[in-house]
Write a protein that binds this ligand. Structure first.
Ligand SMILES: *Cc1c(COP(=O)(O)O)cnc(C)c1O
Length: 411
């Protein structure tokens, strides 16, 4: 298996395993595939930093004109370090602290996506203290079923996100009267890994009707933010091509005079990265009638959480092609949890100790969700560009594990 012009095995020999591996050419192609769908209309593609937040990758998107969708002060810090223009940064999330608001106001971001009445009050207060005006868009909860995994559905009335359409109008009226708030937009984000266009369009129709009501109140909307991107193929999903999504959105937007903002994450980076891991052991546990085969690898649920957290499917491929016969196996990590698996009941060619495997489609919500559980060092991130191999995050060492801890003697 190759990443651009470099054999994956050669990278493993150099940096050790496990590691995340990204292709610069694929990142570029995917960013353009999404962004170019909206050619011809005023728009801004703000990459969702939480999907993949390495500063080298953010920097690449900045160079292609991309902005950032952030959800914390830490992501603001990253986006700025990566050279993303603050006037292209939008700030989403239900729990912004005062300190985070100050940092974002100081940086001069494009928009705060406000998600509650209390958040609006807090933002007015913080902006007043700084003697500035906070640019605001409200995140509307359109109560649309995105038909995706429950944990990544965000646009239903029962989810914690956004303000219900019916309550939003009064918040806009209130905001309009606030001295240190500038009302500029409306936003929504109904969920992630959507494999159909219809829920997006249903949400957009509701937003359009709502914008009409705002206009009737004399409130002008400059930015319309449609949230995250479309889903990707992990297994046999058939998500729409970004251009199909873009055409449907453009069609629905006709006659509206505002700049479109998009916050794609997964669709750009998901299939631009893999996780490379080495087989440590193979074992068979048999008891009674059952016989179960395991491949124990050196990557675990702390490195890639999605299978454990969502029951997510990631294809697993041997790095070298093989004709060996297939067996049903669980691919598991070394962590002391039964939930520590990368794949379950999967037909894979017989694997042997020391061989390398690729966990596919790991570019989004892979490294960013990783942790130090079981005191495992977080893995390296590698970016390949043609024949160049760049370590864009070194593997952590044991000192990293206890950084910030102090040895207190309690008697
Ligand atoms: C997570 C998130 C996104 C990105 O979603 P993808 O499905 O990865 O494109 C966009 N906007 C907001 C507010 C988010 O929370």
């Amino acid at each position: 298996m190759y990443c651009e012009d470099v054999a994956v095995a050669d990278i493993a020999a150099k940096v050790g395993t496990p590691f995340y591996l990204y292709s610069a050419a694929t990142l570029k192609r995917h960013f353009n595939a999404f962004d170019s769908g909206f050619d011809g209309i005023e728009h801004l593609t703000c990459f969702a930093v939480k999907a993949c937040s390495n500063i080298s990758i953010l920097h690449q998107f900045a160079g292609m004109g991309g902005g950032a969708d952030i959800v914390s002060g830490g992501e603001l810090f990253r986006a700025m370090k990566a050279g993303i223009d603050p006037s292209k940064i939008i700030y989403s999330g239900v729990g912004k602290t005062e300190a985070e608001m100050r940092e974002a106001l100081f940086a001069g971001i494009l928009l705060f996506n406000v998600e509650s009445a209390q958040e609006l009050d807090r933002l007015q207060k913080v902006a007043a203290e700084l003697g500035t005006k906070a640019p605001v868009s409200f995140r509307i909860n359109p109560d649309v079923d995105p038909k995706t995994h429950a944990y990544i559905s965000t646009g239903l009335a029962k989810n914690k996100f956004g303000i219900p359409v019916d309550e939003a109008l009064q918040e806009y009226v209130r905001a309009q009267a606030m001295e240190n708030i500038e009302v500029l937009g409306v936003s929504c984000h109904i969920g992630s890994q959507l494999t159909q266009v219809e829920p997006f369009i249903e949400a957009l129709r509701k937003i359009k009707i709502f914008v009409g009501r705002l206009q009737a109140e004399g409130i002008k909307i400059k930015y319309l933010d449609l949230g995250g991107g479309v889903g990707i193929t992990y297994d046999d999903e058939e998500p729409p091509h970004p251009h199909v999504y873009a055409e449907a959105v453009k069609n629905e937007l006709q006659g509206m005079d505002c700049t479109l903002i998009l916050e794609p994450g997964r669709v750009i980076v998901g299939n631009a990265g893999i996780l490379v891991t080495e087989v440590q052991y193979t074992k068979v546990n048999s008891g009674g009638k059952s016989k179960k085969r395991f491949i124990v690898v050196d990557a675990a649920m702390n490195d890639l959480t999605r299978p454990s957290l969502y029951g997510a499917f990631h294809e697993i491929l041997p790095i070298r092609k093989t004709d060996r016969k297939k067996q049903e196996v669980d691919v598991v990590g070394p962590i002391c949890e039964t939930g520590d698996f990368l794949a379950r009941d999967r037909l894979l060619p017989e694997a042997r100790q020391g061989e390398l495997m690729a966990v596919m489609s790991c570019g989004a919500y892979g490294f960013t969700m990783s942790s130090n559980y079981n005191s495992r060092t977080r893995v390296a991130e590698i970016l390949v560009n043609s024949d160049q191999v760049h370590i864009i995050r070194r593997r952590e060492d044991y000192d990293d594990l206890i950084r910030g801890e102090s040895l207190v003697e309690v008697t």
